[in-house]
Design a protein. Structure first.
Length: 541
């Protein structure tokens, strides 16, 4: 809309100056004939000065009004109006010069007297002082354009700075949000909220670790001396076991006597450990409540079991998930590196341009395939093949996940590595060949050492893309949260765990916070990969 009005204004300006030429052409020509050449020069000098004074005043006046209307910065308003006003004045004078100064004898658009004016105008322009006078305003216009260019560069610089600031702020907020949600795990209690572990008053055991609590209720620990207590058998009691000790008449129609019954049972049973709601312990002084500690860092990062729904104490051991992630990533690197490097060498040094132009789009297309498609391919092709070859009970294993991740990482590795090798200077190749080296010797001794930083960056970036993969790994690795001892065993990675369990975890609970802490661990793994890329990416010095 603004551009249309601007073009309309320029059109009206041109028409107005045409009328100006027709009206004043004859008058100026007649005046020149009467006052002579010297008088004509004086008249024309006054006309030019008046024209530029009028343009300057007009720009200043409009600038004040525009600054009040749109409320933009005065410097920007002056620069914009200076550019527009200078362009209008430049166009007006150029129009006069072309229509009047270059008028020929056959030009019917001008009055007859303007022909004399044209000849005098040519002499006027040939005068150096007059030329300097008329070129002065145009120099001012050029200066205004230069100033406008600098202002525009400052504006672009400010926009880029704001964009970078917003991006950095967004990353910081994401990290802060992750940490704020994740660190709440270490303030959560080991025992399920609202419940207690009640012991007999004579029991000397004061606290148990989350792993010991789980082993006790899994009946892997059957005597109190195994956890530092007396030589007494452990007797488990859960709320649903109350009907084994008391009748419905004793408990009451609405179980109103359940608290007193449970407290009485704990008081008279020496080796008992009761997992009951806290409100059912009606006489806390008559029983011994096991100390409920907060979840420790050691229990999380050195814990060997991930069982977030276990009762009475959930297990949040990250060790199986971290080892599973690193295990799959390591073998993916071992599979992807030789294949990716071989294909990159072939495309860069061996293949002709026709084959290269055919293979490169196909390889780059692989990076655009959705990960779930890779997962289906692994589930239908790779998993049955591995199960048959290695005679496994199930084909879902870490090896299947490593192969799928290697296939997903190949496009990045091949593309980056091939570009790095093609950037090797031609003079180095020719110098090696001139010294008698073969093509393969040149590749091994010259091209690969020169491109080693790009090759390493391609490998790290490819694995960095694959290490955060979720669906494909979730579909082919067996999804077993155990520490793997061989690559042929099922395992689970961090991204797969987050994707599988986040929808089931109660918001704000320990399980929910543990998943966010897994996201923080994955963030630091990705950060480590990025730092590795920064360390190996600089060109050879």
């Amino acid at each position: 809309m603004v551009g249309a009005f601007f073009q309309l204004g320029l059109g009206l300006t041109e028409i107005g100056f045409l009328v100006f030429i027709h009206l004043f052409g004859l008058i100026l020509a007649q005046a020149a004939a009467e006052v002579g050449e010297v008088g004509f020069d004086a008249v024309l000098l006054v006309l030019v000065q008046l024209l530029f004074a009028f343009g300057k005043s007009l720009v200043h006046l409009v600038g004040q009004h525009l600054g009040l209307i749109v409320q933009i910065q005065p410097l920007l308003a002056a620069a914009v109006l200076g550019l527009v006003g200078g362009s209008v004045c430049h166009g007006a004078l150029d129009l006069i010069f072309r229509k009047v100064g270059a008028a020929g004898d056959g030009d019917v658009l001008l009055p007859a007297g303007a022909k004399v004016f044209g000849r005098h105008f040519e002499k006027f322009l040939s005068n150096v002082s007059h030329t300097a006078l008329t070129s002065g305003p145009f120099l001012c216009i050029q200066k205004s354009i230069g100033n406008m260019k600098k202002i525009f560069e400052k504006i672009v610089e400010g926009i880029l700075a704001c964009s970078g600031f917003v991006t950095s702020l967004t990353i910081v907020l994401i990290v802060v949000f992750l940490f704020s949600e994740a660190l709440g795990l270490f303030s959560s209690k080991v025992i399920e909220e609202g419940y207690v572990l009640a012991l007999n008053k004579e029991n000397r055991v004061s606290e148990l670790t989350p792993a010991q609590i789980k082993d006790v209720f899994d009946e892997e620990l059957t005597n109190w001396n195994e956890v530092g207590g007396e030589d007494l058998p452990i007797r488990l009691f859960r709320l649903e076991d109350i009907t084994q000790y008391y009748t419905e008449e004793q408990l009451g129609a609405s179980y109103e006597n359940a608290g007193a019954c449970i407290t009485e049972l704990v008081e008279r049973t020496p080796g008992i450990i009761a997992f009951v709601p806290q409100q059912f312990v009606v006489r806390p002084d008559s029983v011994h409540l096991l100390k409920d500690n907060t979840i420790s860092v050691k229990d999380v990062f050195a814990g060997a079991e991930w069982f977030p729904t276990a009762t009475p104490a959930a297990q949040f051991g990250f060790l199986p998930l971290i080892t599973g992630t690193l295990w799959v990533s390591l073998f993916a690197i071992l599979f992807a590196l030789p294949f990716g490097l071989s294909v990159a060498i072939y495309m860069s040094e061996v293949a002709n341009s026709r084959v290269r132009n055919l293979l490169k789009p196909i390889i780059e297309l692989l990076s655009g395939i959705p990960s779930v498609v890779y997962g289906f391919f692994g589930l239908i092709v790779i998993v049955p093949f591995l199960q048959q070859v290695f005679d496994l009970p199930v084909g879902e294993s870490g090896l299947a996940g490593s192969i799928v991740l290697a296939i997903m990482a190949l496009p990045t590795i091949i593309t980056v590595t091939e570009d790095a090798m093609r950037n090797c200077p031609r003079a180095m190749r020719e110098a090696s060949l001139a010294l008698g080296a073969s093509q393969w010797q040149t590749i091994y001794k010259v091209v690969i050492p020169y491109s080693i930083s790009g090759i390493t960056s391609g490998v790290v970036l490819g694995i960095g893309r694959a290490v955060g993969e979720t669906m494909a790994v979730l579909m082919v690795t067996g999804n077993a949260a155990v520490i793997p001892h061989t690559i042929l065993e099922p395992l689970r990675t961090i991204p797969a765990t987050i994707a599988a369990e986040l929808g089931e975890a109660p918001a704000g609970g320990p399980h929910y916070e543990a998943l966010f802490l897994l996201g923080v661990v994955l963030f630091f793994i990705s950060l480590l990969i990025n730092f590795t890329v920064e360390a190996v990416s600089p060109r050879r010095k």
